[in-house]
Design a protein around this ligand. Sequence first.
Ligand code: TRP
Length: 328
Amino acid sequence: MVEKKIMLTGFRPTGKLHLGHLHGNIVNMIKFQNNYDNYFFLVDWHALSTEYHNPGNIKNNLFECAIDLLALGIDPKITHLYRQSDIAEISELTLYLSMITPLSWLERCPTYKEQVKELKSKDISTLGFLSYPVLMAADILIINADIVPVGEDQLPHLELTREIARRFNSFYGDYFKEPKELLSKSTRVVGTDGRKMSKSYGNAIFLSDDFKTIKSKLRQMITDPSRIHISDPGHPEICNVFSFYKIYLNDGIGDIENRCKNGKIGCIKCKDEIAGIIFDSLKDFQEKRKALEADVGYVSNVLKDGKDHVKNVASSTIKIVREKLGIE
Ligand code: TRP
């Protein structure tokens, strides 16, 4: 039997998932999980690198996130779902990798430079935040993964992982594989205020929102400002609500576009219709989620099984790394 390649990805446990999360690495992980040996983990240590001053919610958020992933279709029979902080070996590998990672590689990382500039409200001038990519490299290399589903923003980190693996191999002899990305077209989903959908902006529609909530969130959205009366011709290309139609309707998009352009549908009705479409697309997920919420023990067990399996893999990697470093 040919051994399956290893697919692995990590996800920041920011609590309940929203529509903006759906189109990133999760979709690819679910779509391709039959083809690979799969590892999917929730990166609570990475979350700590920016939330260290207020870590109280990380555990709870992680659990909510695990429920969402299971309800979306991550199948624990074929995907090891686990918590990063359950695998202490990752932190040991991070330490070894940090010995060989030149500071300049981290300082010039575009994500680092951007976040230091953008995240003004948080003090992230810490060692932990600078070495975020080293921790990510350890996440990937501890499993020696072949394929890593990521969004475009994570590409610099994957490149660094390959560079670190190469450097390790050149010092101590070949061991780590150089992982390849599986890129997701991160479709930008707008939030209810027109900015990128994000929990921290308070503009998100959550996968677990009921119809009434979705409807009232959509009702708040600004549409085409030049439309005052129903009969005014609309401009769907500048309308935030229309951007949801583009995601949810393939066929039939022309119909709503024409009704808007010809002043045949008012914005309120248009919002309510898409609210219904979004809610329908989530029904199946929400039923599964409810069942999982009522069976917390099951979710804990999935994470425990994940931990048990991954611990074995991680400790055999660490054993080999220690031998190579001459400290076993
Ligand atoms: N940094 C990734 C993000 O913010 C999450 C992540 C951590 C990850 N470790 C990983 C993704 C390993 C892929 C592989 O989205």
